[in-house]
Design a protein around this ligand. Sequence first.
Ligand code: NAP
Length: 320
Amino acid sequence: MSEIENVVIIGSGPAGWTSAIYAARADLNPLCVIGVPKSTPSIVLPGGQLMLTTEVENYPGFPEGITGPDLMAGFQKQAERFGSRILTQDVVSCDFSTKPFALTTSGGETILAKSVIVATGATANWLGLENEMRLAMGGGGVSACAVCDGALPVYRDQPLAVVGGGDSALEEASYLTKFASEVFVIHRRDEFRASKAMQKRIFDSEKATPVWNKTVLDVLGEDSITGILLKDTVTGEESTLEVKGMFVAIGHTPATSFLDGSGIELDSKGYIALHTRSSATNIEGVFAAGDVADAHYRQAISAAGMGCMAAIDAEHYLAT
Ligand code: NAP
């Protein structure tokens, strides 16, 4: 490590690696703190959420599609090619009250930095069922992103389930009606939380069926999902619904806990608040990119674009 880093990039999804590519090509010699590998998808992984995605068909430049891990390996290789340095640790706390900034890692090291790009992403919330995790990790038909996975051949003309009652769930359900034979929207209450416009889209669809007052008790199937076990929240009755895919859309949690006490401003949903049309946070010299600062678009390509912006903003900051 250098005595004082020009720029430290925290996170290694599309936003983190893209900012590394740009920062390295601008001769900033970036240090990328990419996180420690973990065995559960419910926490931030090196490589980000794409490490849990099988085929990525909507990332421009790959007309035949590419797997999420292959895409991330390519991002990393490109960042390394221009000299980005990598530290396989988590950042556990940040002190942005002093200049240079001080970051503490899970290995107990202190990194001093003139500028920081936070690109730690957000993690999809899961139901927390053992079989849900197993089938999500193994590409067995459980996913937290219909836009990423829903168009895969395995889901075409099949009955599918979406879990959740917010805008994301109904948007995902609506998207899936293009491919599926039928889409069940499993919700734990008897009314959706989503906007009226989104609800209308579901109620008007011939393929979408709301399944009210149900929670998911278990996901059935060995190598791939065959159905889900439901429990009625009113009667307590259990039932099985046969589906070939389950999309969990019960919200996301931005990975910001390591910023507690750092003074970084978060918005009302807990995402990093950015200045308009910029990656600047409320702290000069600290920038943010990707899903950690974006509750709305949450796509690999938009995160990569934000990573590019953050590197350019950091470069301008360091030059002034
Ligand atoms: P959300 O609005 O927080 O909705 C989460 C949904 O999941 C709720 O219906 C909730 O049920 C359900 N849920 C939460 N935990 C659950 C659990 N353990 N088991 C079963 N169900 C559970 O999250 P979101 O839909 O991801 O939306 C996040 C924000 O982005 C919202 O502000 C939304 O409006 C916005 N968004 C906007 C658009 C758009 O405008 N096109 C698209 C997507 C998202 P309850 O209703 O019972 O709490």
